[in-house]
Design a protein around this ligand. Structure first.
Ligand code: ZN
Length: 370
């Protein structure tokens, strides 16, 4: 058999009312909530004699019941020896201090803060006659601009910071005036920094870096700025570019034959060097002392040797038949380094010779002693 619905509703309503009453009577609602709005004057004193704090040992005539003590035991908040306010119970006093510290330590940061209260806080029993304040009034005193509290919140955190790269301009004697070459492309670096921020009553007081650890070094951009002026004598065949003065560096012809094809523009394009006449197997000489940086097949240039003479200056010997040096070998001016051939894009045996300054090809006629 089914009960009517209204029976259940009535029963639940009655039970809820009964439980609410029990909560108030047996203290599951906190004493401040139950009694905070009531002032001291309206509360009954426990005896006809001079009212004293119920926690004081000099009150044998007071028969405190445990329930009464937790509800009504006026307590003063003493901060650094000064009485700040009196509340209706120690619990109310402690709650308002906790709320004030929580408020003063809050900062606009989600990181964990280490909170230290720099005051000495005491709770002492007050006389029953002493006028008390509400929790809200006490809180206003404790968080206002004249608060006696000093709450220090320290936050530590790490963040990745950029290390800015620099641009360095370096004068370069082997490059013509007005020319610039980026020798090294720079980029920023990264470092992991640990910071410590200290707030007092929610206001940032200090910010310091505790440590930094470089994760990625910054690379500076290096730009070579040419300062050389062209002052070489005009060569016999002066088509093509004249590079900067090489400050007394000497270059000799790389083989015995005559020049058969000049540097510069021609119908098929731009010739980056000089071609020297020669027969298969004729000796090829180092035009200047230096270090062999390449000795291998290079596409259209065929078998090729490149010698680095320092300061960004190199010479190239192409279409070779054979090589007599290896990468890393040091050679002197005039050393035999290979033999003339017809390797690569070449119709008849000859030597293709280039002189490059920082990778740019210049007319070798300006530099070699023919
Ligand atoms: Zn050539």
């Amino acid at each position: 058999m089914k009960k009517p619905r209204w029976v259940n509703i009535t029963f639940i309503a009655a039970l809820t009312a009964a439980l609410s009453l029990c909560c108030v009577l047996f203290g599951s609602i906190s004493p401040q909530e139950a009694f905070a709005p009531i002032s001291t004057e309206s509360l009954p004193t426990p005896s006809g004699e001079l009212p004293v704090a119920s926690t004081s040992p000099e009150t044998p005539n007071v028969e405190p019941s445990p329930t009464y003590m937790s509800v009504y035991a006026p307590t003063s908040i003493i901060i650094d020896g000064n009485k700040i306010a009196t509340l209706l119970s120690e619990q109310a006093a402690r709650s308002v201090i906790a709320e004030a510290i929580d408020y003063l330590s809050s900062i606009d940061d989600s990181s964990y803060a280490d909170v230290v209260v720099e005051n000495e806080i005491e709770y002492t029993a007050a006389l029953l006659t002493e006028s008390s304040v509400t929790s809200d009034e006490a809180l206003m005193l404790l968080i206002g601009s004249d608060t006696p509290l000093k709450v220090r919140a320290t936050v530590r955190y790490s963040s990745t910071e950029r290390i800015e790269s620099k641009t360095i301009m370096q004068e370069y004697a082997f490059l013509g005036r007005g020319m610039r070459i980026i020798k090294t492309y720079g980029r920023d670096g990264l470092k992991l920094c640990t910071f410590e921020d200290v707030y007092v009553n929610g206001i940032l007081k200090s910010k310091s870096m505790l440590s930094e650890e470089v994760v990625l070094d910054a690379i500076n951009t290096l730009i070579l700025v040419g300062i050389a002026t062209s002052s070489a004598d005009s060569p016999d065949e002066d088509d093509g570019q004249m590079g900067p003065t090489l400050h007394g560096m000497r270059f000799i012809r790389p083989c015995a034959g005559d020049i058969i094809f000049n540097f510069g523009n021609y119908s098929g394009g731009y010739h980056m060097g000089l071609d020297f006449e020669g027969a298969l197997g004729d000796e090829v000489y180092a035009s200047c002392s230096g270090v062999v940086v390449s000795a291998s097949a290079r596409g259209g240039l065929g078998l090729m040797i490149e010698i680095d003479h320092g300061n960004g200056i190199t010479t190239r010997y192409a279409h070779l038949d054979s090589v007599k040096v290896q990468v890393g070998d040091t050679v002197d001016m005039g050393d035999v380094i290979g033999a003339i051939g017809e390797s690569g894009n070449c119709n008849t045996p000859h030597l293709h010779f280039e002189l490059r300054i920082l990778g740019f090809a210049y007319n070798p006629r300006f530099y070699i002693e023919l």
